[in-house]
Design a binder for this molecule. Structure first.
Ligand SMILES: *Cc1c(COP(=O)(O)O)cnc(C)c1O
Length: 386
């Protein structure tokens, strides 16, 4: 998109290399487009990267979360504790399995739920805790998992923002939480266009997720058509159509190989934003806790009208007029019509999350951003606030 003032700084332009393009072309020429050898290769590489015994590729993080809840036995009458500062999918899947999402407020600095805030809203019906590593900043997963063990519930982490994150030295998805769900949506740190992954250390859950992700079939098409394959399948349960095709895995294999490089670039942009915005009356992301590694997915600033003389929405409009695309992560989930109406959730339930939801603005951040684009964003924010 081009505006009168020049080319737009995109919000999260994907970085796709020539190697990835060639790999997708190779899949197209191979005669096998759906789930096959490349998905298996991507799953192995991903499991190695996060340090998980099992990785199951699916077609979205939403599917990953849905299957994880099913594998953990979450269903009708159960409650799942999650954060309101997330994408609606995190809560929607809880509704899909017949359970009730219960919202725990966040820590205003980390913007993540804490073991304490989660415990405050747990009841005898709580079956799982579903924390989100907001913006790529790791949750205290070990603390949440310890709470879960003590209360006999499961931890399913939404790691959609956090492929590269480590909490106290341990990779997110590497087995601290019971089940970990990743997103490879177009704007995420690792993209396959659309896609997702579940990792777990539990072989029984891994098997259940694999089967449920493809109609509940006892074995998939790749194994049925293999030279030594078994042509007949059995339906073990009415599963879902959640499998990842090889075309997407082809992207994933290369995106994974260059993941750390892109994180480095986003970290450099992050530091430049930190410096360039330091003199402004806006809130910037908190420093990372020692021992943790932030995945630098979203650089979010807080615009408080009292301090800035402008609202977040004013700033977003001013930047838009200068050709700079920003985004809002997130409107508090419990205040969306469905959740407010269905469960009677009202403003005041999670004051910290609500205050952030009202003030937060995500700046353009992508490894594909040029230095001059970063400077343009910094200048435009100065011009819009001072
Ligand atoms: C993107 C996102 C999802 C959903 O991911 P999909 O792959 O699009 O299903 C879930 N949770 C959070 C926090 C996200 O940002």
């Amino acid at each position: 998109m081009i505006t009168a003032s020049g080319p737009v700084v995109d919000f999260a332009r994907p970085s796709i290399s020539e190697a990835e393009i060639q790999e997708v072309v190779a899949v197209l020429r191979s005669g096998w487009l759906t789930t096959g050898a490349r998905v298996a290769q991507f799953e192995r590489a991903f499991a190695d990267y996060v340090g998980a015994p099992h990785a199951m590729a699916v077609n979205s993080c939403t599917a990953a979360l849905h299957l994880s809840l099913l594998a953990a036995g979450v269903g009708a009458g159960d409650e799942v504790v999650t954060t309101p500062l997330t994408f609606c999918a995190t809560a929607n899947v809880v509704v899909h399995v017949g359970a009730t999402p219960v919202f725990a407020d966040i820590d205003p600095e980390t913007m993540n739920l804490t073991p304490e805030s989660a415990e405050r809203v747990m009841t005898s019906r709580t079956k799982a805790i579903l924390p989100v590593h907001f913006a790529g900043r790791p949750v205290d997963v070990a603390g949440v998992q310890a709470l879960a063990r003590r209360r006999g519930v499961v931890v399913i982490e939404d790691a959609a923002h956090a492929v590269e994150a480590r909490a106290q030295g341990r990779h997110v998805g590497g087995g601290t939480a019971d089940l970990s769900c990743f997103s490879f949506y177009a704007t995420k740190n690792l993209t396959t266009g659309e896609g997702g992954m579940v990792t777990t250390a539990r072989a029984d859950w891994a098997q259940r997720i694999r089967v449920a992700s493809l109609h509940g079939l006892s074995h998939d098409a790749w194994t049925r058509y293999a030279a030594d394959g078994r042509p007949h399948y059995d339906v073990l349960e009415p599963g879902f159509k959640y499998n990842m095709p090889d075309i997407q895995a082809a992207l994933g294999i290369h995106q994974l190989a260059s993941l750390e490089q892109r994180l480095e670039r986003r970290t450099a942009i992050w530091r430049r934003y930190d410096e360039g915005l330091a003199d402004l009356p806006i809130g910037r992301p908190a420093p990372v806790r020692p021992g943790d590694r932030h995945a630098r997915h979203l650089y979010t600033v807080l615009v408080d009208q009292e301090r800035c003389g402008r609202t977040r929405d004013d700033l977003q409009r001013a930047l838009q007029a200068k050709g700079i695309v920003t985004s809002i992560h997130f409107a508090a989930v419990h205040l969306h019509s469905y959740y407010a109406t269905r469960y009677g959730y009202v403003r005041g339930l999670c004051p910290n999350a609500e205050a952030i939801a009202d003030r937060t603005l995500s700046l353009p951040l992508s490894a594909a951003m040029r230095d001059d684009e970063v400077e343009r964003v910094i200048e435009a924010i100065h011009g819009s606030l001072l």
